[in-house]
Ligand binder design. Structure first.
Ligand code: UTP
Length: 466
């Protein structure tokens, strides 16, 4: 793009100020700025501005009252049938795994990709290890590779790839691991002007987990899935090492029901827990964010004494490939956040203000729900499958996650006939870690331990493939 083309384009969008420091930029910065301008999504910028104006005028329609969405539980018979169907799809090579790991992990405050955070209770193995070893275990039990798609961001892509390379790809074949970068959006001030954070640079931030779909298309990820004959995609987040990756019973139930999208849901810890809840509105499914529920809705109880909006989503989903590909073409809504953004003044100096001064825009993956033919909500036991690493300390921290991991594996060991001593709160008294490629399920662990001799439960227990 030439300077003239850039100027014309920016003027048409009322963004001519982006070039106001042009005369003082060196050649390399000029080239980089022109590249940034050429890559701008002009339609997106128009939507961003419209969104800010709508917000100010309060023109959004008042939503109708949500109803709690139906939730399915698996009984023994349904579980067996669903698992058999899921295993069939895995053996046919029709299932892929999609991990979103582009977040900034600001609450955890860890330098580097969150997936490189050491979480293994015995080995300090990183979050990526547990996810990748589950993909490996699934690939082995299915007799064919389960392709693994990982979304990174501009700021953690190189470090994520380096982490995989440094750990020998955790045993996976690199040919079956596909990294792709999520998109970035510029930010705007209250007047709808794009924000420069340096004389020759537009401030950009990741476009949210809803950006997964367009990034998957733009990177060739969707084409790769199509080429491999993928029909079902398991989606999850990087911060939860308890997740059952592409759990065959979940996959199978999703396929037996013929739905576009399935969601694993769990009962909220308490009315104030910040999970989005699954609801129906006007006959369509939605996830309503915690912040969008009124206090009355959060605390409302039914005749059975349970919360009416009880079931929350922890972003464990299954998508049919055709639905995913269709959604990659849809302009998802933009969610606005008022933030402190470093800004370059007219004299070229850069400062971050003490109060929010600009607006960032993000897309959310759950905004695809209303487009699905039907959404299946499957209930899971959160003790078994959910304990995220979000905060540096307290609830949902590395400490609570390690304890929950060890407690889960202690239950697996107990089911295999190995009793581990407990502390006063009922948690295992020794650290426990099980490599998912050693045993992906309690049944596999029982088989492995049968005849393996007695375990010394007085010391840390680390079961792994040698
Ligand atoms: P969170 O909403 O927990 O955000 O992301 P985060 O960036 O990890 O952490 P904080 O809020 O800054 O502390 C949930 C999941 O979505 C991914 C994250 O990597 C995580 O797996 N994500 C989030 C993206 O891939 N891209 C984004 O732009 C945002």
């Amino acid at each position: 793009m030439t300077l003239e083309q850039a100027r014309k384009q920016l003027e048409a969008e009322n963004q001519a100020h982006v070039l106001r420091h042009w005369e003082r930029l060196d050649a390399a910065t000029r080239t980089a700025l022109l590249e940034q301008i050429a890559a701008l999504d002009l339609a997106g910028i128009g939507r961003m501005r419209a969104q800010l104006t709508d917000q100010g005028r309060g023109t959004a329609p008042t939503p109708t009252e949500p109803l709690p969405a139906p939730v399915v539980r698996l009984d023994d018979d349904l579980y067996r049938r669903a698992r058999a169907r899921g295993e069939q799809a895995l053996r046919a090579g029709e299932v892929a795994v999609l991990l979103v790991a582009g977040g900034q992990g600001s609450r955890l405050g860890f330098e580097g990709p969150k997936g490189a955070y050491p979480i293994g209770p015995v080995s300090d193995a990183v979050l990526f290890y547990f996810h990748a070893r589950k993909v490996l275990a699934l690939s082995r039990s299915s007799g064919r590779p389960v392709p693994f798609y990982i979304m990174t961001s501009g700021s953690n892509d190189a470090a994520t790839r380096a982490c995989f390379a440094a750990h020998g790809w955790f045993g996976l074949d690199p040919a079956d691991v596909f990294f792709f970068k999520q998109g970035m959006w510029p930010a705007m001030d209250a007047d709808g002007r794009l924000i420069l954070d340096a004389p020759g640079h537009l401030f950009m931030s990741p476009d949210g987990h809803g950006g997964t779909l367009s990034a998957l298309r733009a990177s060739g990820g969707l084409d790769d899935m199509r080429r491999r004959g993928i029909r079902t995609v398991f989606y999850f987040q990087v911060d939860n090492p308890l997740v059952e990756v592409a759990d065959p019973a979940f996959v199978g139930l999703h396929l037996l029901r013929g739905v576009d999208l399935s969601i694993k849901v769990c009962a909220k810890r308490d009315p104030q827990e910040g999970l989005g809840v699954v609801v129906q509105r006007g006959g369509r499914s939605e996830i309503v964010e915690y912040t969008e529920l009124t206090e009355e809705q959060k605390n409302r109880r039914g005749a059975d004494g349970e919360l009416v909006f009880r079931y929350g989503s922890v972003a464990i989903h299954l998508f049919q490939f055709d639905f995913l590909a269709r959604m990659a073409e849809v302009a998802l809504p933009l969610h606005v956040a008022h933030k402190k953004i470093p800004v370059c003044a007219d004299d070229g100096t850069v400062a971050t203000p003490a109060a929010p001064n600009g607006y960032k825009f993000e897309k959310f993956i759950f905004d695809v729900l209303p487009y699905a033919n039907e959404v299946l909500n499957l209930m899971f036991d959160r003790r078994e499958e959910f304990s995220p690493v979000k905060n540096a300390a307290g609830a949902d921290s590395p400490d609570s996650c390690r304890r929950d991991l060890a407690a889960k594996w202690a239950r697996w060991l107990a089911a295999a006939g190995v009793d581990v001593a407990r502390d006063g709160e009922g948690f295992p008294a020794v650290p426990i870690e099980i490599d998912p490629a050693y045993a992906r399920t309690p049944e596999e662990l029982s088989e492995r331990l049968d005849g393996a001799g007695s375990l010394d439960t007085g010391r840390p227990i680390h079961l792994k493939l040698s």
